[in-house]
Design a protein around this ligand. Structure first.
Ligand code: URA
Length: 231
């Protein structure tokens, strides 16, 4: 049994913020407001702040990255994906799993679970990444065949086989790759003579971007989604 203020500090609130929230009656334990910071709380008790569950343990956050922010934890000049989260979550040691270029949008997973982040980004694991690619030029079945055979880029980089799925729009396709080299998709498309004009990541491993999230919005992963990631 830990003190209520300590449980809030463990979830990223400063001691002062925790005390303020508790004394203001904004924190409930098993549904009832508790206004004494020193109150000891059962390990399994449900703690809520302003009606939202206190985020304890590892965090797994799905973010719809907008264009114009960098996928980094800090940057001297640019806004980062972490700047899109509230202060108490930014103090939790979160990092983005893999990178998207500044102009690229879509799914970014943020977590403080180091081993999981490592598994998902390790080149040994070949985790599927799905992108919606908009190109200057119409995709053809021939592009799909060349990608499936494994492209060799102009600089000699041999790409793993990738899958191209044509859509109803000539210059938009879904591309699945299993590696993540620097500017990989843009370089692959340039090699096909179809330069990328817009790129959006839709999936990573078993995780799919929740299309109800607008660019810049985020949410915690559901239990089911967390399970998918662990597979
Ligand atoms: N491929 C790219 O070229 N850029 C990204 O951000 C991701 C994949």
């Amino acid at each position: 049994m830990d003190r209520l203020d300590k449980r809030l500090s463990g979830a990223g609130y400063s001691r002062k913020e925790a005390n303020g929230l508790i004394r203001a009656g904004r924190v409930t334990v098993d549904g009832a407001a508790v206004t004494t910071p020193e109150r000891r709380v059962e390990d399994g008790a449900v703690i809520q702040v302003d009606g939202a569950p206190l985020q304890e343990g590892f965090l797994y956050i799905m973010l719809h990255k907008p264009a114009g922010v960098v996928t980094a934890t800090e940057d001297a000049k640019e806004r980062t994906v972490l700047d899109l989260l509230p202060e108490e979550l930014r103090r939790r040691g979160l990092f983005p799993v893999g990178r998207l270029d500044k102009d690229v949008t879509g799914l970014v997973l943020l977590t403080d679970d180091g081993p999981l982040g490592h598994r998902l980004t390790s080149p040994r694991h070949h985790v599927d990444k799905v992108y919606e690619v908009t190109a200057d030029g119409a995709f053809t079945g021939d592009d799909g065949e060349r990608l499936a055979a494994g492209l060799t880029l102009g600089d000699g980089l041999k790409c793993l086989p990738a899958e191209l799925e044509l859509t109803g729009r000539a210059n938009v396709a879904l591309l699945t790759i299993r590696e993540g080299k620097f500017h990989q998709v843009k370089r692959m498309m340039a090699c096909l003579g179809k330069p990328v004009t817009a790129l959006k990541r839709l999936g990573m491993g078993g995780l799919r971007l929740d299309e109800t999230l607008k660019p810049g919005e985020w949410r915690m992963l559901t239990e089911e989604e967390r399970g998918e990631l662990q597979k």
